[in-house]
Design a protein around this ligand. Structure first.
Ligand code: NAD
Ligand code: UDP
Length: 328
């Protein structure tokens, strides 16, 4: 049985990856320190004999007994509000955490896939974004902690590939959504859905003309799985190119949730990218992959998930306290 380590397993994407690899017949080791994830996301795997969980901070040395075939490094805060609150942990998990994963993969002769992001393009001057675009990132801006950690992550991964001959893959993930996102993680979809369910106005940042392109989680996981088993070592965009402005998206959510919320406008966060849309021709060509799930269908499934949360979960909406994870 092939054995895979998934870091960030208790998070949104990590937990879906655990499901996918178990379904495909792998032995899965999930690793997480719960800084932004939750045990609830992997609770259903507790009695699965092909799954084991290790609570561990991947910025510290990682030890895995026995053989290992694949490492998928997904541990990292992913929401702008999370990484603004824990900037140093974000830099460390992208740099030291990646270094540890690479060292582990090298020792085990495993193949490693890292979760990079559309944020490596920053506030892009090329639209839609192609993999050969170098990006427009403000290294010293508030988002720089995430963007630069991910750019370093790509760099060190290519260095291990070139210098040590390690088998590596790099996925540049564009905004992905679905069940198991944390209601209060600050990202736009859980935020709008929580607001709709609590009968609050929807907070659009800036004038809402900035765009995003949202990919449903099942499509994203399918793309990542295909990339891992391809022979392509350079970065590949995986996302849904169907672009929408945030204001139009807020209106779509009001219709979907059948609520009569108003939209209120708040300040646009510093360096918030004004436009984002993946060019996915490379993924289409080399992976024969493209997203299949239309936003309407994906959003319905996601709304069903948020509706199923308890009242307590819905109203416990203050942002997470990270203090127990922060060392002096
Ligand atoms: P998430 O916050 O739900 O999951 C991240 C997980 O990593 C959490 O469970 C968290 O506890 C864990 N983690 C963080 N630091 C850790 C550490 N030092 N040691 C061990 N575990 C740690 O976020 P997500 O949306 O699932 O994102 C997963 C990965 O995908 C991240 O690397 C993120 O940068 C990348 N990504 C996601 C998106 C998206 O739209 N969801 C877009 C681009 C990139
Ligand atoms: N956004 C918003 N209202 C919110 C949360 C986010 O208008 O309550 C906007 C945010 O400014 C950005 C877009 O929605 O332009 C997507 O934000 P998100 O935090 O989901 O991720 P990003 O794509 O910026 O990483």
């Amino acid at each position: 049985m092939k054995k895979v380590l998934i870091t960030g397993a208790a998070g949104f994407l990590g937990s879906h990856l655990c499901d996918k690899f178990l379904l495909e017949g792998f032995y899965v080791i999930g690793m997480d320190n719960f800084i932004t994830g939750t045990a609830k996301n992997i609770q259903h795997l507790r009695d699965n004999n092909n799954f084991e969980f290790i609570e561990h901070d991947v910025t510290e040395h990682i030890t895995i007994d026995g053989k290992l075939d694949y490492v998928l490094h997904f541990a990292s805060p992913a929401s702008p509000i999370d990484y603004l609150k824990i900037p140093i942990q974000t830099l460390k998990v992208g740099s030291l955490g990646t270094h540890n994963c690479l060292g582990l993969a090298k020792a085990k002769k495993a193949r490693l896939l890292i979760a990079s992001t559309s944020e490596v393009y920053g506030d892009p001057l090329v639209h839609p974004q192609t993999e050969d675009y170098y990006g427009n990132v403000n290294a010293i801006g508030p988002r720089g902690v995430y963007d630069e950690a991910k750019r370093f992550q790509e760099s060190i991964t290519m260095a291990y590939h070139r210098f040590h001959g390690l088998e590596t893959r790099i996925v540049r993930i564009f905004n992905t959504y679905g069940p198991r996102m944390r209601l209060n993680d600050g990202r736009v979809i859980p935020t709008f859905m929580g607001q709709a369910l609590r009968d609050e106005d929807l907070t659009v940042f800036g004038d809402g003309s900035q765009t995003r392109s949202f990919c449903y989680v099942d499509d994203q996981i399918d793309g990542i799985f295909k990339l891992l088993f391809s022979d392509y070592v350079y970065p590949v965009n995986i996302g849904n190119p169907h672009e929408i402005s945030i204001k139009d998206f807020a209106e779509e959510i009001i219709k979907l949730t059948r609520t009569d919320q108003k939209i209120i406008f708040k300040d646009l966060p510093v360096n918030d990218p004004l436009q984002r849309k993946p060019d996915i021709s490379l993924a289409k060509r080399i992976l024969n992959w493209e997203p299949k799930i239309h936003r309407e269908e994906g959003m319905k499934k996601t709304f069903e998930y948020f509706k199923s949360l308890t009242r307590e979960e819905l109203y416990k909406s203050e942002h997470r306290d990270f203090s127990k994870h922060i060392k002096a």
